[in-house]
Design a protein around this ligand. Structure first.
Ligand code: ATP
Length: 328
């Protein structure tokens, strides 16, 4: 097998805390193997625009603790087109780059797989970097732990005011297709109800639960609504409940983009380091079209094709059931 000598790394799609830890690990592991390593700015856009430069061990000093991504990220429509991919390929070839580590979510992997099938002489390894925790093949994705902790911190503060005023808060958290943050945050904050994209909850059922809580002397209630809940959004849900529930002052809070930011947790720093290290080791071992992920605390490789095609219910049903039992 011919030895690979130049690789590149990029971050793409939504940013996630821990991406910097991963970039650092990719750069330093590559240098450890004697490879040249390039950082590509703005995801696939940088590949098309030839916006990349060689990185050294010191290029990634003091970034472990930073949220966001030092390489920047972007959503790049040109990469969907053949001409965009061809330009990106020519830019990589001109630099002699033979392998890339792409850190991102399912869109990023879809692009990487298409690219690598079209140009198999460029090897690709994906690192699951998304706060949504929605990729098959890794129990945890990079950024999910930090984002959930950020949500918990915010909800704890909201609980104080909810309790002081007998308020019912509807709190929207990120997750258009994934209820992972909503479920973990709901359990961690003792939410009275958790509405998820993966499971329909009838408004009547929600109202009955809130009324039961009041009957059981609850002085505050927190309902967590994931962005992708099927009841038409957090305002719709709160309006529907308002018509039937008069004993609480009802408020809505949308946590929004603060959920993406902040210094990564210890978990995400370690995960980013492990996955970045494993991604480069996979490239040097001749692997391609694979995702590195964590399963049972062991780093494993999954075919990108498989990671993208498995759409089974990602949430643990037992956690959901437990959350309901514990919220009485
Ligand atoms: P997140 O889960 O945080 O949204 P993501 O990686 O899924 O992250 P997307 O915006 O869906 O984010 O995808 C990132 C980029 O991947 C896109 O902007 C585009 O450049 C590329 N991409 C996505 N789908 C394709 C595709 N079918 N063909 C080529 N490139 C694609």
């Amino acid at each position: 097998m011919p030895k690979i000598s130049k690789i590149a790394v990029l971050t793409s799609g939504g940013d996630a805390p821990g991406m910097n830890a991963c970039i650092r690990a990719v750069v330093r592991t590559a240098i450890h193997h004697g490879l040249e390593v390039y950082g590509i700015r703005q995801g696939y856009q940088g590949m098309i625009n030839n916006d990349m430069e060689q990185m050294q061990a010191r290029s990634v000093s003091n970034i472990l603790n930073l949220g966001g991504t030092i390489l920047k990220t972007a959503r790049c429509l040109d990469f969907h087109k053949d001409e965009g991919m061809e330009k990106a390929y020519q830019n990589l070839k001109a630099k002699g780059i033979e392998g890339i580590v792409v850190i991102g979510g399912d869109g990023t992997f879809t692009g990487a797989l298409r690219f690598s099938k079209k140009y198999p002489d460029i090897k690709v390894i994906g690192v699951p970097g998304t706060i949504d925790n929605d990729l098959y093949g890794s129990t945890y994705t990079l950024g999910f732990d930090t984002a959930t902790n950020t949500v918990i911190e915010a909800i704890d503060k909201i609980r104080d005011t909810a309790d002081a005023h007998d308020r019912l808060f509807f709190i929207e958290v990120m997750g258009r297709d994934s209820g992972a943050i909503a479920l973990r945050a709901g359990i961690s904050c003792g939410a009275e109800a958790i509405l998820l994209p993966e499971k329909e909850t009838a408004i009547e059922e929600l109202i009955a639960g809130i009324k039961a809580g009041h009957y059981n002397s609850k002085s505050s209630s927190i309902v967590i609504v994931a962005e992708g809940d099927k009841n038409g959004g957090v305002y719709n849900v709160s309006e529907a409940v308002k018509k039937e529930v008069s004993h609480y002052d009802i408020k809505v809070t949308i946590l929004g983009h603060l959920q993406r930011g902040g210094s990564p947790s210890a978990f995400d720093r370690v995960l980013g380091s492990r996955l970045g290290f494993a991604a480069v080791n996979a490239l040097t071992a001749g692997q391609s079209q694979k995702m590195v992920g964590l399963q049972a605390n062991v780093v494993v490789l999954t075919d990108l094709e498989e990671a993208l095609n498995q759409h089974e219910f990602n949430l643990e049903p037992d956690l959901l059931q437990m959350a309901e039992v514990l919220s009485i």
